[in-house]
Design a binder for this molecule. Structure first.
Ligand code: NAD
Length: 499
């Protein structure tokens, strides 16, 4: 059966009127399971008006009451965790245990948002002048638009809207059109938690909906996560329309394997970080840098049997370690990169292109692929592939490995596997990358820190969640107040100074 996936505006499902819809697939079978409504610009502008109307009431709600909604929301997500994860797997394809992990990482941000009264506390200075005190406060930006990618259809929206809402803003989420259902369900649960109607809205669609959000004068801030090409466009267009914009984008994450590393542990870590979620993670490790003479051979020896043994299958099969890719088109694009790597002269050690799964012939599956002797000039090294393709690059020494990491245009995450504290510390200090792991392959920060890349992996000054979320979703105001008034008579034309 094909379900219709409507917008969610002003606390209720809102079937679209554009007549335009997109197919949503079960990537394991290739079947169309849903049709998602695509909003017109007029529908988006109407949703912004709804969010604007809800703003004064919500912004004026004391933070402690906003926090209580977040506490109830946290409990509801926990109650519905398995259903949400199953919905996510049905449209994204990732294995169920990974979908639950995604839900839990998103939930951590809701937990962080429960502390909003403390997070919004301002600063106070007594007697900055005679009888004059100064204090700061953080006030909501207004209506926030959240534009999210397909690869974390629950976690990335949860990176954004709980903190935006807790800070007193109202929100419009524009989820990926490829796996939109879980965001609708998250919005319904927020309403059940006591969030007033109109505070959290979901509009679905493509570039038409996004462009309407970027240009609507009622939108104060844009949070975006997605590819670099789109993120750069969002950042430039949003800024040109006077909005505050944060855009977190594409990646090519390297993991250094030092000569003293435990090769088996490094290979195990690379399996999860390279092939987990079929490589469709912005923090996936897609390049393993083997440092020193024999590390490359030892690493390939450890990786090859592991990649060959990878259990690829539908996400709801408990034996599956890796599910399908998101669409047939994306699977073909990733396959095309594997063809390209062979043409470019890299050694294809494991070729997953011919994988056939009985009963799932129409699913968007690709087996794990492993390249050795990848060179920095190759396109398979330079570009984000976003699939189950791991490249091994051989670097003669630590310095050339660090130069390689720093020379890449992306700067999202990186990792080093070593037993040498000097090398680990030197790497963490000297790499030009936003998030660094030491013997940790996927160093995604916890909710009370901040997630964010450098270089062309991010545009704008703020990362997601942690204290950056408070800074991004609020405007700071500083009040200078004299009590009792005691103002001397007569005009004063010089700059007020305290001496
Ligand atoms: P995408 O850029 O194609 O889409 C992201 C969002 O932008 C979607 O909501 C989509 O509808 C919209 N969009 C797409 N094309 C558009 C256009 N031309 N104009 C306006 N809006 C448009 O990204 P994706 O394929 O959904 O997600 C994968 C990408 O996201 C990868 O590059 C991955 O690295 C990146 N990502 C980054 C992070 C991070 O935190 N840095 C996290 C997750 C994913």
């Amino acid at each position: 059966m094909t379900a219709r996936i409507p917008h969610f505006i002003d606390g209720r499902q809102h079937p679209g009127t554009s007549g335009r819809q997109g197919d949503v697939y079960d990537p394991a079978t290739g079947d169309v399971t849903g049709r998602v409504d695509y909003a017109t610009a007029a529908e988006v502008h109407a949703a912004v008006k709804t969010a604007q109307a809800a703003l004064p009431g919500w912004a004026g709600t004391p933070p402690v009451q906003r926090a209580r909604v977040m506490f109830r929301y946290k409990a509801l997500i926990e109650t519905h965790l398995d259903d949400l994860a199953a919905l996510l797997t049905a449209e994204h394809g990732k294995v169920f245990s990974d979908a639950k992990g995604e839900m839990l990482r998103g939930l951590e941000v809701v937990e962080f948002a429960c502390g909003i009264p403390h997070l919004l506390k301002g600063e106070f200075s007594e007697n900055v002048g005679t009888n004059i005190d100064s204090f700061s406060m953080r006030q909501p930006v207004g209506v926030v638009a959240c534009i999210t990618p397909f690869n974390f259809p629950a976690m990335v929206p949860l990176w954004m809207f709980p903190m935006a809402i807790a800070c007193g803003n109202t929100v419009i989420v524009k989820p990926s059109e490829k796996d939109p259902s879980v965001t609708n369900r998250l919005a319904e649960l927020a309403l059940e938690a006591g969030l007033p109607k109109g505070v959290l809205n979901v509009v679905h669609g493509d570039k038409v909906a996004v462009d309407a959000l970027l240009t609507d004068p009622g939108v104060g801030a844009i949070s975006f996560v997605g590819s670099t090409a789109v993120g750069e466009y969002i950042y430039q267009t949003g800024c040109a329309h006077g909005k505050r914009v944060q855009a977190l984008c594409g990646a090519k994450n390297h993991m250094l394997v030092m000569p003293d590393a435990d090769i088996d542990k490094a290979a195990d870590a690379l399996m999860g970080a390279g092939y987990g979620a079929a490589g469709e993670r912005c923090m996936a490790i897609s390049v393993a840098v083997a440092v020193g003479d024999q590390v490359g051979d030892r690493l390939i020896e450890a990786l090859e049997p592991r990649v060959r043994a990878l259990k690829v299958g539908p996400g709801m099969d408990p034996d599956s370690e890796m599910g399908p890719l998101i669409t047939a088109q994306h699977r073909d694009k990733v396959k095309g990169y594997v063809d390209l790597g062979v043409d470019e002269g890299a050694d294809l050690v494991v070729d997953g292109r011919d994988l056939h799964l009985q009963g799932y012939e129409n699913g968007f599956f690709l087996g794990g692929c492993l390249f050795d002797r990848v060179q920095p000039h190759m396109r398979i090294y330079k570009e984000e592939i976003f699939g189950p393709v791991l490249s091994v690059v051989r670097a003669p020494d630590f310095k050339s490995a660090v130069d390689l990491v720093n020379g890449h245009e992306y700067g999202n995450g990186t990792s080093i596997f070593t037993q040498n504290g000097d090398a680990a510390r030197s790497f963490a200090h000297n790499c030009n990358i936003g998030m660094v792991g030491v013997n940790v392959p996927i160093p995604v920060p916890m909710a009370f820190h901040t997630f964010g890349g450098w270089k062309r992996s991010a545009f704008g000054d703020h990362g997601m969640y942690g204290m950056d979320a408070v800074r991004f979703y609020t405007k700071q105001k500083t009040v200078t107040a004299r009590w009792p008034t005691g103002i001397a008579a007569g005009a004063e034309f010089t700059m007020p100074v305290m001496r």
